[in-house]
Design a protein around this ligand. Structure first.
Ligand SMILES: C[S@@+](CC[C@H](N)C(=O)[O-])C[C@H]1O[C@@H](n2cnc3c(N)ncnc32)[C@H](O)[C@@H]1O
Length: 332
């Protein structure tokens, strides 16, 4: 492990600690990926759950994982045995800069078609990304089919674009394809769950893309850390927010001109701005879903967050009454 990787890892550990995982099991899954870079095995998981159930704090568990032989072996020799977590500060502006290398710093080594097929088949995908040569990543999400209702401008020539919650990067690569001069893809949860960021990295390499990537929670976004962007995409993210209004305030802070926000919507029959709160797994049996706003609430929150003009760009009804997906375009 290089000192840079070690630094990055420490930041991820800190992030895991500061993430509000809804239950101990989700927290441990995340910690396993970040620290051991693998899925949690049933015995290990049970052992750590037991520790948490008998009073150990999450930070104690992280500390013990870091002290474990499996993790220590991955550190440079001079760093072994050091108390990484307790002494490590939250990521600050200086550290963030390190994670934003200029695009030309990424060497691209081409893969053969067979190598690419093999690597694509070995990963968990959310997006369907056309990598050329008939290879499309087998994600559950028909990403291209969403484009007509999201209404990203056809031409983004010379614009800077931020894609929040980029996951495998379909929309980041699409923004680049439409001419954006710089695209920054950001994510947190999905980049340390399942196969982490490796799907994004593989697609980026296959497409010979210059899209940059930064692992950062939406609540940590600020102009100080990442600057501002002409166009911000925040697609399929809002309902995952535990603090939806605060998240939109952070999104506003990094929007130079326009935001495109896509989200689930519900409670259509209520004219007033209204939102359902999902404390557990009530919404699609997914503990990472926290809220479901109606269109009036999304518009109101965007305005309260600071946007001066907000438009409902599209609304698609779901078969379930009073629910659907909507896209909002908002301007500073
Ligand atoms: C349903 S996926 C949407 C992916 C993509 N934007 C799209 O529309 O296809 C939700 C994304 O939000 C990300 N996400 C969830 N919580 C987040 C947070 N607190 N900060 C940043 N991204 C987050 C997830 O990791 C995931 O990539």
């Amino acid at each position: 492990m290089t000192p840079e990787q070690s630094q990055h890892l420490k930041a991820n550990i800190q992030k895991t600690l500061s993430t509000h995982a809804k239950n101990d099991e989700s927290f441990l899954w995340m910690a396993y990926w970040v620290i051991f870079e693998r899925e949690a095995d049933p015995d290990g998981l049970e052992g750590w759950l037991n520790e948490l159930n008998t009073g150990a704090s999450r930070s104690t568990v992280i500390k013990k994982m870091v002290e474990a032989h499996e993790f220590q072996q991955r550190l440079p020799e001079e760093n072994r045995g050091q108390p990484l977590v307790t002494s490590f500060p939250m990521p600050n502006r200086e550290m963030m800069k390190e994670f934003l290398p200029p695009a030309e710093d990424f060497p691209v080594v081409p893969l053969s078609i067979d190598e690419l097929k093999e690597q694509v088949a070995s990963k968990h995908w959310f997006h369907q990304i056309n990598l050329g040569n008939g290879i499309i990543t087998p994600g559950q999400d028909d990403s291209a089919a969403k484009l007509p209702r999201i209404k990203i401008p056809e031409k983004l020539d010379g614009m800077t674009v931020l894609d929040i919650g980029a996951w495998n990067g379909f929309f980041s690569f699409e923004a680049e394809r439409r001419g954006a001069s710089r695209v920054l893809a950001t994510d947190s949860y999905a980049w340390h769950t399942w196969d982490g960021k490796s799907g994004f990295d593989l697609a980026r390499r296959a497409l010979n893309s210059k899209v940059q990537a930064l692992e950062i929670d939406i609540l940590d976004l600020s102009p100080d850390k990442i600057g501002t962007f002409d166009l911000v995409l925040c697609l399929g993210v809002l309902y995952h927010m535990r603090h939806p209004l605060l998240s939109l305030e952070k999104v506003f802070s990094v929007t130079g001109n326009q935001l495109i926000l896509e989200t689930t919507v519900e409670l259509f029959s209520e004219d007033r701005p209204a939102m359902v709160f999902y404390p557990g797994t009530e919404f699609a049996n997914d503990p990472t879903n926290w809220c479901g706003a109606n269109p009036a609430a999304v518009i109101a929150m965007l305005k309260v967050a600071g946007f001066t003009k907000v438009e409902l760009a599209s609304l698609v009804d779901f078969p379930i009454p009073n629910t659907g997906r909507a896209t909002f375009h908002a301007w500073r």
